[in-house]
Ligand binder design. Structure first.
Ligand code: ADP
Ligand code: MG
Length: 233
C-alpha cells in the first residue's frame, strides 16, 4: 500500500538547514495498523504529512498504491489525496458553524456527490461512530471525544484506502482516548490501513506494529501483540 525508499526532508531557515528525515525506508501493507512514535520534534508530523501528500520530500521514492508520488500537478495531487487518504488531527479541524452531518458530508461535496446522497452517507458514517443522535449538533455542542468521532466519520466518508491520524488522542483524557482507539481498531478490523502518530506508549500498544523515529531515522520497527481498547471503555 505504502512504499518509501531513502526519504529525506529538511527545512531551510535562512542559512540554517534542519535535516528532519534522514533516509527513511518503510513500507506498509494493506490492513496494517501502525503506530509512529518518537519524542516531540522527532519528525513524526513531517513524515505523516509527506505520506499524506500535504508536503513533499526533496529526496527519495514514495509509492502509494503503486503510484509514484512526485512532481504531481495540483489537480492530480488533490485527486490522489481524495481517492487514497483520510486525515484525522489532534485538533479535530471541524468547521464550527456546520453541523456534524455537514462536516462529514463536506469531502463528499468536493467529490461531486449530490446533496441527498452525501447527507445519507454522512448519517451512515455518523451512525458507525455512534453519533447518529448528534447529527444536527454543532461542534461546540459536542465533547472532545465526540468531535474526534465526527472527524473520524468525515475521514471515512470519502472511503479512503489509508487513514492517517496525527496524535488523534493528543487532546483527550485517557478514557476518551481509549474510546477513540476502540473505534480506530474496529475500523482496522474491517481491513482499513491506518497509521497513527502518537507519543503515548499505551496508545501505540493498541496498534499492531510500532515504528520508532529518532534523530530523523527509524530506529525500531516491531510487530506487537495488540492491546484491545474495548476492555477499558
Ligand atoms: P513531531 O511531530 O515529531 O513533534 P515535527 O515533524 O513537527 O515533529 O517537527 C520536526 C522538526 O522540524 C522540529 O524541529 C520542528 O521544529 C521542525 N519543523 C517542522 N515543521 C517545520 C517548518 N514548516 N519549518 C521549519 N521547521 C519545521
Ligand atoms: Mg507532531
Amino acid at each position: 500500500m505504502i512504499e518509501i525508499h531513502n526519504l529525506h526532508k529538511s527545512y531551510k531557515m535562512g542559512s540554517n538547514v534542519l535535516h528532519v528525515l534522514k533516509g527513511i525506508n518503510f513500507s506498509v501493507k494493506e490492513g496494517e495498523l501502525v503506530a509512529i512514535m518518537g519524542s516531540s520534534g522527532s519528525g513524526k508530523s513531517t513524515f505523516l504529512n509527506i505520506l499524506g501528500m500535504l508536503d513533499e520530500a526533496e529526496e527519495g521514492l514514495y509509492l502509494l498504491d503503486n503510484v509514484p508520488i512526485k512532481n504531481l500537478n495540483e489537480t492530480k495531487a488533490a485527486n490522489y489525496r481524495n481517492q487514497f487518504l483520510g486525515f484525522i488531527f489532534q485538533s479535530f479541524n471541524l468547521i464550527n458553524y456546520k453541523s456534524a452531518t455537514e462536516n462529514v458530508a463536506l469531502p463528499l461535496y468536493y467529490q461531486g456527490v449530490g446533496r441527498k446522497e452525501r447527507n445519507e452517507k454522512a448519517l451512515e458514517y455518523l451512525n458507525k461512530v455512534g453519533l447518529g443522535q448528534w447529527a444536527d449538533h454543532l461542534p461546540s455542542e459536542l465533547s472532545g471525544g465526540q468531535k474526534q468521532r465526527v472527524a473520524i466519520a468525515r475521514a471515512l466518508a470519502a472511503e479512503p484506502k489509508v487513514l492517517l491520524a496525527d496524535e488523534p488522542t493528543g487532546a483527550l483524557d485517557t478514557k476518551t482516548s481509549y474510546e477513540v482507539m476502540d473505534i480506530i481498531q474496529t475500523i482496522n478490523d474491517s481491513g482499513k490501513t491506518i497509521l497513527v502518530v502518537t507519543h503515548e506508549e499505551d496508545i501505540a500498544k493498541m496498534c499492531k506494529r510500532i515504528v520508532h523515529l529518532k534523530d530523523g531515522r527509524i530506529v525500531e520497527d516491531t510487530y506487537v501483540e495488540q492491546v484491545r481498547a474495548s476492555q477499558y471503555v
